[in-house]
Structure formats: C-alpha cells, structure tokens
Design a protein around this ligand. Structure first.
Ligand code: NAP
Length: 301
C-alpha cells in the first residue's frame, strides 16, 4: 500500500507527487492516457510564472521527470471509483487494483463536444479537439475553430501559422479569453472572425468538408473547411466518483482551497474540483496543498 495514491498525472497530480515524495511518502500515480494532462494541448504557455512561452509538452515532460526523479511510481489504468477498506483506499481499474493510505483525485476535465450529429464519427476525420496535435495535418488548408475562451483563441493563433485561413466562430459578440490574447487576433491577416454565429451542422462524406453555420439573424449557410477544431470548454472527468463523494450539480468534486473532500483521507486537486480559477498555476498550487494535507492525514493514522 502506498502512502499517497494519486489519480491523474496532469499538473495537479504530478505536483502532488513531487510534494509527497519530498515529504518522504511513497507515491503511486495512476494515469489513464499519457503524462501531462490537458496542458499537453497548449502550444505555448504565457501565464505560468518564470516560464514564459514554454510549450505545454515541454512543461509536462519537465514536470513528469521531476516527479520520477524524486521516486514517484507510475501505473497506467482508468480508475473506476474507490473503496474505503482496511485503513486505506482501494482503486480498481480494468486490470488491477491499487491501494493508498490516502487518495488524491486529480482527474481534471475532458473536452466538451458540440453534440452535433456525426461529431463523434468525424473526430480524427476533420473534427479535432487538439490544435497542437492535429494542426500540422491542415497545412495550407482552410480550418475553423469554434469557441470564445482561452483555448479557442490560442488555437486560432497557433493554427494561423499553418492553415491558409482560420475562421474563428463564436456564438457571442465578444470573447471571454484573456484580452491580451484577443488583441493578437487582429494582427493575423488570415484569422477571420464570425461572431454571433453557431456551428449547427457538419457536412461530410468520408471526411469533413464544410460546417453549417447559423448566423445572428438565424440564417444558415455552409462554410467549406477541411478541419473543425472544437474548443467550447471542458466537463469534469469525475463520473467514476459519482455517489462516492460529494459532487456539485455540474459534476465537480466539492472541495475548498484546502482540497478536502467530503470523505476524510480523500483530497481533490486541480480543475476537477469546485473553484473559481482553473489555470495551470492553480492546478500546481492544488497539487501542493492536497499533498501536504494527505501527508498530514497519513501521519495522523
Ligand atoms: P471556457 O473558458 O469555458 O470557454 C468555452 C467557450 O466555448 C466559451 O466562449 C463558450 O461560450 C463557448 N461554448 C460553450 N459551449 C458552447 C456550445 N455548445 N456551442 C458554442 N460555444 C460554446 O473553455 P476553455 O477556453 O477551454 O478554457 C477552459 C479553462 O482553461 C478556462 O479556465 C481557461 O482560462 C483555461 N485555459 C487557460 C489557458 C492558459 O492559462 N494559458 C489556456 C487554455 C485554457 P460563452 O462565452 O458564450 O459561454
């Protein structure tokens, strides 16, 4: 049994591993896909202290290697929940069970879809949720980005260096992204804004060939594009924990700045908990707070 079992190897989970290892606790980090989490999708990070412009990939790799060098152990698997038993917590996956005296849930969020017919089938065939992963496939072609937050704006800026034209489609008249980034849109000649506009359909045979738009007056039109990058926000990846601890109506784990959940010994860190500011720096801060609390909890057993 490890002292601290961390679910999720994003910024919050890896930072928690660093803090718990530096407190000499044994740590296992369980990850479903790949190390780094959501930040892997960010082309360049401009708001993390002392690392201006670092790529999300480099940031994630540095963080992973720091945790690994300190002696954190890693396993792959998707947690399907947890059970409190024998003075600790058991986390089952499809292939194995992992045990921890304390548990830190840092599963973050996953991409929200538009809910359009064909969206799932076309993902990987013109529809993408990751500009840095798939942008190079659209070199010299026309693409669209949908959304009005930081992700949509930074995706549009990134894609403008690859694609012929980037249509940025947003349902409102103004963006909620950081004004400094919104200002950069105007400097890119090949970014075209379609405001007050929704994507209401996908046109495809084998691959995406166009999107259906519904404009401010309700008129519909087709916009030919080879790629559609969906950046309309995130939903908490906490479904496995429903009924096991308190979630808010949107599915976020109810936990304050101390990262304590409704179950003693279980802590929540990062974007998957209730909080006001979901940023890289607050995910890292949560990792530190949750690990410190978990170490105290283990010491008290
Ligand atoms: P977000 O801030 O929640 O923005 C989602 C955008 O999508 C909003 O503009 C929203 O429109 C729109 N939207 C939501 N549902 C929609 C739908 N069904 N159809 C059309 N549009 C829809 O999401 P995000 O940009 O992915 O960012 C998530 C979090 O990560 C934020 O806290 C963000 O600040 C953070 N983030 C930070 C960085 C960074 O620090 N560098 C980079 C990326 C993301 P409305 O405006 O009308 O609601």
């Amino acid at each position: 049994m490890h002292d601290v079992l961390v679910i999720g190897a994003g910024t919050a989970g890896l930072t928690a591993a660093i803090y718990a290892r530096r407190a000499s606790k044994s740590v296992l980090v369980l990850e479903a896909r790949g190390f780094g989490g959501q930040i892997l999708n960010t082309p360049a990070i401009w708001n993390y202290p002392a690392e201006p412009g670092i790529s999300g990939f480099d940031f994630a790799m540095k963080l992973y290697s720091q945790a690994e060098t300190l002696g954190a152990e890693f396993a792959f698997g998707t947690a399907s929940g947890f059970r409190a038993e024998d003075g600790g917590f058991t986390v089952p996956t499809a292939d194995a069970e992992y045990r921890g005296r304390s548990l830190i849930i840092a599963t973050g969020t996953s991409h929200r879809g538009l809910g359009l017919p064909g969206e799932e089938a076309l993902t990987g065939r013109g529809v993408s949720f990751c500009a840095t992963c798939d942008g190079a496939l659209y070199k010299g072609r026309d693409v669209a980005v949908v959304g009005g937050g930081n992700t949509a704006v930074s995706d549009a800026l990134y894609l403008s260096d690859l694609a012929a034209t980037v249509w940025l489609i947003h349902r409102r008249d103004s963006f909620r992204a950081d004004p400094a980034d919104v200002a950069l849109l105007g400097r890119k000649e090949n970014i075209r804004l379609l405001l007050g506009t929704r994507v209401t359909g996908l046109v495809a045979e084998d691959k995406l060939s166009a999107v259906v738009l519904t404009g401010p007056e309700g008129r519909t039109s087709e916009l030919p594009v080879a790629g559609l990058f969906i950046a309309v926000g995130m939903v908490p990846a906490t479904g496995a924990f429903e009924g096991l601890l308190e979630l808010d109506p949107s599915g976020y784990i109810v936990a304050g700045e101390d990262c304590r959940t409704s179950v003693p010994g279980v802590f929540a860190a990062g974007d998957g908990r209730t909080k006001d500011v979901r940023q890289l720096v607050t995910a890292a801060a949560d990792g530190a707070v949750a690990a410190t609390a978990a170490v105290r909890y283990v010491n008290s057993l």
